[in-house]
Design a protein. Structure first.
Length: 377
């Protein structure tokens, strides 16, 4: 009887060992836990799914902006452990970082500007409206999108201002044109004819136009004594108390061309041109002749001050007037005061560079000239 019991126990032990050996030898019943360091939740899933193991992902209690959803550790095993695929493997990761400054962008599609504004009034974030040009009248006033390329459901950092784009109907640009205005500035006073134009200066002399340069500079055919006194190699004259924007190649500026075109139109149409010097100085930068330029236009008996006319159109600013224009008078005002009267008129009436109308010669998209317009005029 004892032999029978012992034999039975041995047989049962042998069967048990055989079963255990068969389970461990079966490669489908175990897996090696991979190194998940540096992986985020979606990558962890991709790494574990092919192993066909039983696992769960748990989230650490604290957020971390640097390691959002990244692997921390195996909670009940170590990297490289061989585990039974039927046993539960617990993976610990950081939770998704959700900042108090993150705002999920809503879908404003189909809403008008007023409707968008109404929804944004309930928000605590800073925002601004901007526009996008459209040719479709049916889109005008409707939401076009978020500035900066954001789309609905994007996460937006509320420490920045959110741009809301509204469709605006395309309107052809309105360009500035020379205003036809009655001349109301100073006239050439014949009493200055008796004053020597070189010393003490303040007198005047007649010239003819040699060539236009830009809005505040020109070349003339001068009397011999004046020609010899000019040190500029180009023998050019710099118009006093005014400054127009640049036109020379490579340094073109907005409003430079309109000023140049208008000045040249006055000079080329004038029947007579007179240059008056100023007691404040004969020559300026580069040895150019400092000049008050008077033009007698067709049908006029009087000479008009070109410097005044260009500034009054809003095509030049009163500048470099510290030393000149303070002693020569016409009526109750000095020449310099007349120039400021012209500038104030242009500013008050929003003319030229002081207004909203555009420079015809300037490409506002590229911030450079329309070269075909610029160099063909």
């Amino acid at each position: 009887m004892k032999k029978l019991i012992v034999l039975t126990l041995v047989l049962l032990a042998g069967l048990s060992l055989t079963a255990c050996k068969d389970s461990k030898d079966d490669p489908t019943n175990w897996a090696v836990l991979p190194d998940l360091n540096g992986l985020v939740e979606s990558e962890i899933i991709e790494a574990l799914e092919p192993l066909d193991i039983n696992y769960e992902i748990n989230y650490y209690e604290e957020q971390n902006s640097t390691y959002s959803l990244q692997f921390i550790m195996y909670e009940n095993y170590n990297i490289g452990d061989i585990v039974d695929v039927n046993e539960l493997v617990k993976v610990l990761v950081y939770p998704e970082y959700v900042s108090e400054y993150i705002f999920t962008l809503p879908d404003f599609s189909g809403l008008t500007e007023a409707q968008v504004l109404n929804q944004m009034l309930n928000s605590t974030i800073n925002y601004y409206f901007t526009t996008e040009i459209t040719y479709d009248t049916e889109l005008v006033g409707y939401f076009a999108g978020f500035d900066g390329g954001f789309v609905a459901n994007d996460e937006f950092n509320t420490r920045s201002a959110l741009g809301l784009v509204i469709y605006k109907l395309y309107a052809a640009p309105e360009y500035f044109e020379i205003i036809d205005m009655v001349y109301d500035g100073p006239y050439l006073d014949a009493s200055y004819a008796s004053i020597n134009y070189l010393d003490p200066r303040g007198g005047y002399f007649e010239v003819t136009l040699s060539s236009c340069t830009d809005g505040d500079t020109g070349r003339f055919n001068y009397p011999t004594d004046v020609y010899n006194a000019i040190q500029s190699s180009a023998k050019s004259a710099r118009f006093l108390n005014m400054d127009t924007e640049e036109t020379y190649s490579g340094s073109e500026e907005e409003w430079g061309k309109p000023g140049s075109v208008y000045t040249c139109s006055l000079l080329t149409s004038a029947e007579k041109i007179i240059i008056q010097t100023d007691p404040g100085g004969l020559l300026g930068t580069y040895g150019r002749l400092l000049s008050w330029v008077w033009v007698q236009l067709p049908g006029e008996d009087e000479f008009f001050l070109l410097n005044y006319m260009v500034v009054k159109q809003g095509l030049a600013q009163v500048k470099f007037d510290e030393y000149n224009g303070h002693t020569l008078l016409y009526g109750d005002y000095t020449y310099n005061e007349w120039m400021h009267i012209a500038e104030n008129y242009a500013i008050d009436n929003e003319l030229g560079q002081w207004g909203e109308k555009l420079d015809y010669y300037w490409n506002y998209d590229t911030n450079e000239p329309y070269f075909e317009r610029w160099y063909n005029n």
